[in-house]
Design a protein around this ligand. Sequence first.
Ligand code: NAG
Length: 225
Amino acid sequence: MVAMARLSLLWLMIAVGISVLGTGSWAQFSIPARYDGFVYNGAGKGKGPVVWESFVDPLCIDCKEAWPVVKEVAELYGKSLVLIVHPFPNPFHHNAFFASRALHVAESLNASLVYPLLESIFEQQDSFSNPSTFHETAASVVERLITLAGKLGLPDSFSSGFSNSNTDLATRISFKYGSSRGVVGTPTYLVNGVAVAGADESWSVDDWRKVFDPLLRTPGFVAKA
Ligand SMILES: *[C@@H]1O[C@H](CO)[C@@H](O)[C@H](O)[C@H]1NC(C)=O
């Protein structure tokens, strides 16, 4: 009898698990119009920009596909929407840590070249992740990243950025920050610190406008599921 009850409980758990996975997304936690909390000595409710965080692995195909729309949306809203891209090197993309570190090296030398470098890595993405790279040395991968950076006008000191422990640490921190926010894949998006359910590379500019327009139009607004 007990064994039977255990078995049916197991089946129930499997059935519930399948039905949750089957919805393809999870419930949307309410998104506040601005980052939650009271700014000490701040201007007050509804002030400041909407904060849009995107966790991006430079070697992730979906991140590359999503990028043109993300960029267009960021440009559409100007200063009222701040887009922060966090490098999130997925461990199953074996060169992703180097590619993410390259962004930190660029940031330390000329912050305005971080996004051009990200786009350049996106363009060359396959060359950093195809099977032939399994046998490529780390030094060779880094050398190819240095070549890309050089083409964008990053200075020669870019190569020494890879022997600087600060950029190594910064890349680890990016990864750990994403992990601490519950990021398990890319791209993942947070708006004012809240995960956006179902947002992926299929989202259009209009899909994102449905998230941002109400937040920006009504500062006290809370977007519900
Ligand atoms: C950074 O890069 C931009 C774009 O190429 C360039 O115009 C600017 O002069 C660079 N800044 C420095 C400090 O090198």
